[in-house]
Structure formats: C-alpha cells, structure tokens
Design a protein around this ligand. Structure first.
Ligand code: FAD
Ligand code: NA7
Length: 448
C-alpha cells in the first residue's frame, strides 16, 4: 500500500510541506498519499484575520491573534519565496512593509501557483494522534467540523504544522481580580482603537509588546508603560512611553513597580507570549518546548528524536518565517522520500547539542540572525530547494535591526532590495504612522 503522510495545519508551515511534495511530484518523483487537515475555514494560518476571540463558531479555540492594522514587522524581502516573487504576484514591485492582508494575498497566490489546494481538508480539526509500535502507524482522530462527523485514519508519517503562537501564556498578578479596567492577552487584541486616550500597561518585553505599543501610539493612547521581566527593549520610545521592571501589583488602577514607582493605568495588555501547545498529541509524541531559536528534542529542528516518523515545522523563535518553513519542509520531505538518511539517536542528539550550545552563547541580534540563516543554510544545502541569496537576506535583517534601533516609529518606512529579483522596493507614499487603511485594495491603490 502507498505510504500515507498527514500534515496538520495549513498555515505557512503546512503549505510549505505541501509545496515540497508537489514540487517533487512535478519533477517526476513518486510521492506518498498526502492529507492536510486544517481546522479553520481557509488557508493561511495566523494570517487569517478573525474578529472572534476565545472560541470560534464550532467551539474550537480561535487560532489567530493577528489584529486589524497589523503590518508585517519584518521586511517582505526576508520571507520572499525564491520561485514566487512579490513582483510576480503583484505585477510590479511593492514596498518592503505591508499590511497583513497583502501578505495573506501573496501566500494564497503561492498556494494557487503551486497547485496544492486539493490536498487540504478545511474545517477538519485533528483531535488525537497516537502511534502503534506494532503496526508502525499513526492513528489520527479528526472531526469534520462543518458536518459534525468524526473520522479515524492511519498514516505512516505525521507533520505537525500547527504553529506555536496561538495558545496564550497568561500569568496573573496581585490585584487583577479587582482592577476596574480591561485585562486581556495580546492574542485577544483585535484593534487598539478602544484604548485611545487611555493609559495602557503592556506586560512583556518582546515583539508583541513592541508592536502593540506602536499600535497604541498610532491610534491615540494617552500613554504606554511597558513592564519587563528580564530586560527592557531599550528602543528610543516616543513621548509618553516608558519601560518599568516587572509589575508587582495593582491596587485599583494603580500599578506598582519594584523601583517604588507607581502609574495610574486604564487597561492592561499581557504581551507575555505563547505556549507550545499540542492537545491532540499523546504524551509520548508531544514536543515540550519554549520559544527559542533551537528547541531541543528535534533533529535539524524538525525530526522528533523519540519518533523519527514525526516531524514538526516552525517550532523555532522566528526571524525568518516563510522561507525557513520551506527549508524545513524540503528537508522533511527528503527524509520521508528516503533521500536523506537519519543518523541514529545518539547522532541526532549530538547534532542538536552542537546547535543549542551555539544558540546559548548568542547575545546580540545580528548574531541571532546569522545563527538562523546558518541553520537554514544547513537544511537548504541538503535539498533541491530553489537557490536564493540567503546571505543577502541576513544582511537585510541586520539593516532592519539597525533601523529599529534608530527609530522604532519609522523603521517600516524604509525600503530593501529583493534577493530574488534584485529590485529595490519602492517606498509607500505615506509614512507607516499615517497609513491607516490596512486593506489590500488601499495598499495596491496607493502604489498606482
Ligand atoms: P500558523 O500560522 O499558526 O498556522 C498553523 C495552522 O494550523 C493554522 O491554520 C491552524 O488553524 C492549524 N491548526 C492548529 N491546530 C490544528 C488542529 N488540531 N487540527 C487542524 N489544524 C490545526 N511573521 C512574519 O514573518 N511577519 C510578521 O509580521 C509576523 N507577525 C506576527 C504577528 C503575530 C501577532 C503573531 C502571533 C505572529 C506573527 N508572525 C509574523 C509569525 C508567524 O508565526 C508566522 O508568520 C507564521 O504564521 C507561522 O506559520 P505556521 O504555519 O507555523 O503556524
Ligand atoms: P515572545 O517573543 O515569546 O515574548 C514573550 C515576552 O513575554 C517576553 O518578553 C517574556 O519575558 C515575557 N513574559 C513571559 N512570561 C512572563 C511573565 N510571567 N511575566 C512577565 N513577562 C513574561 O512572544 P511575543 O508574543 O512577543 O512574540 C511572538 C510572536 O508574536 C512574534 O512572531 C511576533 O511577531 C508576534 P522574558 O524575556 O522571557 O523574561
């Protein structure tokens, strides 16, 4: 019987896995039977905006925490597919930073060009995955949400591509119970317009805190106080912004900090990150990880060392996104096709140990960028993924980091050159701070 592969999730990572197999099929290879299960009603993962929070219309956890007016926080040149350029998709060069809807449109264009939609079963949630050593098969329990019907299917290999920025990490603080304002996690932010004129406390010191802080600035919050656990972000913030060490308690509307200072706040947004959460995996199969550049337990950041027929994509902290998922997917595909041989478990562990030792020594952002580029280069060298100038994208990321350090309110106004086409991006006619319409139509019209 033909080998069967299940892919769980049709976000950028699941799409990457489908593209990898389809590229091999088009090149004449015999590929396994593939089924991709996606619980949402559309492809694109987090890039699908929803107004919903909490549970969706089927009672499933809402996956996406992207909000209205979100623009990409990295240059599009650093996630551009080498065989599907932005210029080809839009018919002309577009600016380096774009609203969410533009990125989703690009992703969907790539799906259409790759001819992979037929593999995807939308509104199918995977509820359980177990492995039987006797048969060497995985059993998947799946619910077809639209038809309210369950299915049980068996597979030889499983690819987990469910992302890890969907299940919020929600700490509590003394005084939350009696705080008279709104308390929410960044996953439930849908826009920050409701906070106009308010004093907002953002707990957390990473990308969500920074971007939601910038949204607050753009959409008229009176002040933003960031509260960090380990270290301040240290950007040159606009007037009315400040960073404080970790909140000790709230008494009424008064936030108390370890340095003895207090601030009156109207709302609290917990930008405290996410949990790697796989409720559908049995204990023996489940990855235990946190948000880091090289999670343990995965050979090449992909293959479960305890179950080498189980693959995880996109489980890393991410500078690179779309192209990193592609690199992982091509590598995973080639293992599944028998083109790449796995070392024994000790060999896998030794490889992981070497990468994690290097990761643990990293302190500066440019070195972290190089680390992730090297990781991708290691994967790409082993496959037939279309060649592109990876080093050029790493340099673009470093310039991006410099722009952010220079002025966090204007870094999106810069333009970068495509490593795929060589074209320098045009600048958006409006500075990001003044560009308030985040629709695809408005973005495209602004370039005319
Ligand atoms: P996801 O996009 O999370 O997709 C996973 C898919 O799996 C989803 O479609 C989900 O419905 C499905 N799924 C989950 N569980 C099941 C199940 N049990 N059964 C079936 N299907 C399931 N990256 C950038 O490059 N630029 C940005 O500007 C950027 N901004 C971001 C902003 C926010 C607020 C967040 C949270 C992330 C952002 N990212 C950004 C990073 C983002 O992680 C990646 O761009 C990308 O979406 C990750 O792709 P993925 O496929 O691994 O995961
Ligand atoms: P990250 O990058 O994982 O960062 C989470 C932040 O939350 C980080 O600063 C943590 O501090 C902080 N954190 C976590 N737990 C706590 C507690 N208990 N108290 C205080 N602070 C805490 O997640 P983000 O949401 O910022 O970014 C994830 C993605 O979403 C990314 O792709 C963005 O583009 C959007 P630490 O440094 O660990 O002390």
């Amino acid at each position: 019987m033909k080998k069967r592969v299940a892919i769980i999730g049709a976000g950028p990572s699941g799409i990457a896995q489908l593209k990898a197999f389809e590229a091999a099929r088009r090149a004449g290879a015999e590929i396994p039977e593939i089924v991709c299960y996606e619980k949402q009603g559309d492809y694109g993962g987090l890039w699908n905006y929803t107004w919903r929070t909490g549970l969706d219309e089927h009672g499933e956890a809402v996956h996406s925490g992207m909000y209205r007016y979100l623009w990409s926080n990295g240059p599009k040149e650093c996630l551009e597919f080498p065989d599907y350029s932005f210029e080809a998709h839009f018919g002309r060069p577009i600016p380096s930073y774009a609203p969410r809807a533009v990125l989703l449109d690009y992703l969907k264009g790539c799906i259409a060009a790759s001819g992979i939609a037929g593999y995807i079963r939308l509104r199918h949630v995977v509820r359980g995955v177990s492995y039987d050593h006797a048969t060497a098969k995985f059993t998947l329990h799946v619910t077809h949400l639209a038809e309210d019907r369950s299915e049980v299917e068996q597979f030889d290999d499983v690819v987990v591509a469910t992302g890890h920025y969907s299940t919020p990490n929600v700490p509590g603080f003394p005084g939350f119970d009696s705080f008279p304002g709104r308390i929410l996690h960044s996953h439930d932010v849908r826009d920050v317009v409701e906070f106009a004129g308010q004093n907002v406390l953002l707990v957390g010191g990473s990308l969500s805190a920074e971007d939601i802080g910038m949204q607050c600035f753009k959409y008229g919050a009176a002040s933003v106080t960031f509260s960090y656990r380990t270290r301040p972000m240290g950007f040159k913030w606009p007037e009315g912004f400040e960073e404080k060490p970790l909140l000790t308690e709230l008494s009424g509307r008064t936030a108390h900090f370890p340095d003895g200072t207090t601030r009156e706040v109207d709302a609290v947004i917990l930008c405290t990150g996410y949990l790697h959460h796989f409720p559908f995996l049995s204990d023996a199969l489940r990855l235990r990880a946190r948000n880091r550049l090289y999670p343990g337990g995965l050979y090449k950041g992909i293959v479960s060392t305890s179950h080498p027929k189980l693959f995880y994509l996109g489980m890393q902290d991410q500078f690179y996104t779309f192209t990193m998922f592609d690199a992982q997917a091509w590598y995973a595909r080639d293992i599944m096709l028998g083109r790449i041989a796995l070392p024994d478990r000790a060999g896998m562990e030794a490889d992981i140990a070497a990468w994690t030792a290097r990761e643990e020594a990293l302190t500066e952002v440019p070195d972290m960028i190089d680390f992730q580029a090297d990781y991708m280069g290691d994967l790409l060298a082993a496959t037939d993924y279309p060649v592109f100038d990876l080093a050029a994208t790493a340099e673009t990321f470093k310039v991006w980091a410099q722009h952010r350090d220079a002025d966090i309110t204007t870094y999106r106004d810069h333009a970068h050159a495509s490593a795929v086409t060589g074209t320098m991006a045009p600048r958006h006619p409006l500075p990001w701070l003044d560009a308030r319409d985040d629709t695809l139509e408005a973005f495209v019209a602004a370039q005319a």
